[in-house]
Design a protein around this ligand. Structure first.
Ligand code: C6P
Length: 418
């Protein structure tokens, strides 16, 4: 491989792979090279243990029981909310609503904030690089309200066409929903600038942070956004838990979106009244163990250091871009000036799904397909891509394995080495 070696790892990162038990397990009798981190990250032992310890020592339902265990579980759940609050730099814990993940957080805003407030002629703006989770909820709510969905285009490199934005943002724009980092291209969007432009026309700004929070520090107050959604499982935490940050005044003004236990103040057959936020948006028994695991994941990520993680992943991305880009027949999709650790590519003559299958046989796990971003694939005129995505435990050897596996696939398709 001709690409320059990356700088020696930060000591905390050099040891990091050992924190993740699954990385020690061979797959297809080979060392596992896990490069599908944008789909979900692996979990450190600290997170697995935190969840197991909760079930072993503190399991009970929350906000309901007078007994010791219930109080203990409630304390842990509330502490997890505060952990997320500090991680996101939110002003108060009430601004954090636990959800199943990014998808549910966005649907919550669509149904509880947008649906009662928008009507025909109002507009919601998204971008062409959104994940389906940040498109379909808005389509549904547009159908329900008569509002219109508009789209900011993306250029050849996979960057937002900011000149087009001014014409698309107008007095009828009520909400601008955009991703912090594109899951299919790795493009990092200028969030503070986009929020500023949305606010300038009186629109609210929602940020899909699913691909951002594990890779860089996020400060919702500095960004100025109104809503910010993320999933725990892309942050080294459990599946089935995530959060919506919402500015307190907005959440407080919103009615509930799901009814059930824990979200009410009083219930009578003549009518019910609602609990304060955030409980108003957390109907039913929540994922208590998941919240505890998410707090442990945040502890873990902060013990390694987001600054060090960002530096490491940028070095990996630069190295992989050069190494893979040097392979003849490889076309990189998404070459924005600002990118996070995601590398989408095509190999001439090999369908991404075939490539993904061959790489899997070589022990290299990547994702192949449209990455739940079909409109973006249509924009590039392609059915999908192969995508390698990096995490704090990846290293140069993983990239060497990726490049070697791509070369092997090319040999197989040329009929050599069968
Ligand atoms: N992207 C990927 O492989 P959930 O499923 O709710 O945890 O996250 C949805 C989601 C929303 N926005 C962005 C930008 C995302 O990347 C994702 C999930 C995964 O790219 C699975 S499709």
């Amino acid at each position: 491989m001709n690409a320059p070696a990356i700088a020696p790892l930060d000591p905390a990162l050099a040891r990091a792979a050992a924190d993740f038990p699954i990385l020690a397990r061979p797959v297809r009798k080979r060392r596992l090279v896990y490069l599908d981190n944008a789909a979900t990250t692996q979990k450190p032992a600290a997170v697995i243990e935190a969840e197991a310890t909760f079930y072993r020592e503190s399991n009970a339902n929350i906000h309901r029981g007078v007994h010791w265990l219930s109080q203990r579980a409630t304390e842990l759940y509330d502490a997890a909310r505060e952990r997320v609050q500090h991680f996101m730099h939110a002003a108060r814990p009430e601004e954090i609503v636990f959800t199943r993940g990014t998808t549910e957080a966005i649907n919550l805003v669509a149904q509880a904030w947008v649906r009662p407030r928008l009507g025909p002629g109002d507009e919601i703006l998204v971008t062409c690089m959104e994940h389906h989770s940040n498109i379909v909820p808005w389509q549904l709510v547009c159908e329900q309200t008569g509002a219109t969905l508009k789209v900011v285009p993306v250029d050849e490199r996979g960057q937002l066409e900011l000149e087009a934005l001014d014409a698309l943002l107008g007095p009828r724009t009520r909400l601008f929903a955009f991703t912090h980092v594109s899951n299919a291209l790795g493009t990092v969007n200028p969030v503070a600038e986009l929020v500023r432009r949305a606010h300038a026309v009186g629109a609210l700004a929602l940020v899909d942070g699913a691909q951002a929070v594990a890779h860089q520090a996020v400060d919702v107050q500095a960004l100025g956004c109104d809503f910010y959604a993320f999933s725990g499982h892309k942050l080294y935490g459990p599946t089935g838990i995530g959060a919506l940050y919402g500015r307190f005044e907005l959440l407080d003004a919103m009615g509930p979106w799901q009814g059930g236990g824990d979200m009410i103040r009083t219930v009578r057959f003549e009518g019910s009244t609602w609990a304060d936020v955030p409980q108003r948006f957390e109907a039913g028994t929540p994922n208590i163990a998941g919240a505890v695991g998410l707090a442990a994941a945040i502890d873990y990520i902060e013990s390694v250091g987001l600054e060090a993680i960002a530096v490491h992943e940028h070095a990996l991305l630069a190295h992989a871009t050069e190494a893979l880009g040097a392979v003849s027949g490889v076309r990189l999709i998404g070459t924005a000036a600002h990118k996070a650790g995601i590398l989408s590519f095509l190999v001439e003559g090999i369908h991404p799904h075939d490539l993904g299958t061959i790489l899997d046989v070589e022990g290299v796990a990547i994702r192949a397909g449209h990455h739940c971003a079909m409109p973006l694939m249509n924009r590039f005129g392609i059915p999908g891509t192969a995508r390698a995505s990096f995490a704090l435990y990846n290293d140069e050897a993983d990239i060497a394995a990726l490049v070697a596996a791509v070369r092997k696939a090319q040999q197989l398709f040329r009929g050599e080495g069968r």
